[in-house]
Design a protein around this ligand. Sequence first.
Ligand code: NAD
Length: 330
Amino acid sequence: MRVMVTGGAGYVGSVSVERLVAAGHDVLVLDDLSTGHGGSVPAGVRLVRASFGDPDDVARAMAEHGTEAVLHCAAKSLVGESVTNPAKYYRANVVGGVMLLEAMRRRGVRRLVFSSTAAVYGTPEMTPITEDAPLRPINPYGETKRAFEAALAWYGAAYGLRSVCLRYFNVAGASEMHGEVHAPETHLIPNVLLAAAGGPALNLFGDDYPTPDGTCIRDYIHVEDLADAHLLALEATALDDARTDSQLICNLGNGGGFSVREVLEAAERVVGREIPHSIGPRRVGDPPVLVASAGRAGTVLGWQPTRPGIEEMIGSAWAWRGRHPAGYGE
Ligand SMILES: NC(=O)c1ccc[n+]([C@@H]2O[C@H](COP(=O)([O-])OP(=O)(O)OC[C@H]3O[C@@H](n4cnc5c(N)ncnc54)[C@H](O)[C@@H]3O)[C@@H](O)[C@H]2O)c1
């Protein structure tokens, strides 16, 4: 299959590009390198440096590549920034997203897999969270992802677009070739490892939550398991596949969770020493527990996480860091 991966130079996208290439697909990366890294794109894979929000550039790239399906990983995805600068998020994730769909319509490309997020649920009433839970995002990041999911549904009904929305919980770990390099880094595991490597001490946001050890519980998924899910989801968008006759939405998580303290302790076992940390106040808008019900991805896509252990996720990230101390060297 000829697959365009938007955001293929980013963390999630780069591991998926690696997986798609290994599975024999012809991959084109479309990325503006705003948070991604040109050095993460493997030799032999073409990188088009452009915005997915520019329909002329996207349509041209699709025509040259003969794109049959799109894996749409690119987005603005910093929760805090989305609160202070919602315009940036609406412009990129919603307006840009619709421009991508227009380019696809122009080229007759009708297959798309979308990197959505647990942030569409906001603070859940029940956990584990099923896909039918109410969507009540509590920040513009989640809201813009919800809006684009809705656009995909309407484009499906009117224009025959076949889409799968994958709502990831927390992505972690690394492959042999690709790992997580963000600036600023807001994710727990890379920040724990940064503290382990001599960076700033880790700040735990609150230890008085109603959880067994008082710290928040989150669901983590290994980035390579996510890449496997992308492959299965892309297959499900085939024009004769009944699973995407209407939009398919699946949570991706382990169906279990780890507390912040459990993550810290697992990281200490991985690196073999104590990791400097302090306990700070709670962060606004952090629910105590966010755990996915990932049954639908199993039954409908045939997906199962094969690397569910937190030590394996942290260990792969730590090993990648060791092999790439300067990240992608930019
Ligand atoms: N990492 C997580 O834990 C997590 C969790 C839930 C959802 N997600 C979603 O997964 C996707 C990937 O996340 P990530 O952690 O890999 O982020 P990332 O920032 O590492 O990657 C995003 C990529 O998109 C590119 N990009 C951004 N805007 C663009 C534009 N207008 N045109 C072209 N390229 C553009 C960036 O340069 C970057 O390479 C995002 O959509 C994010 O919302 C991630």
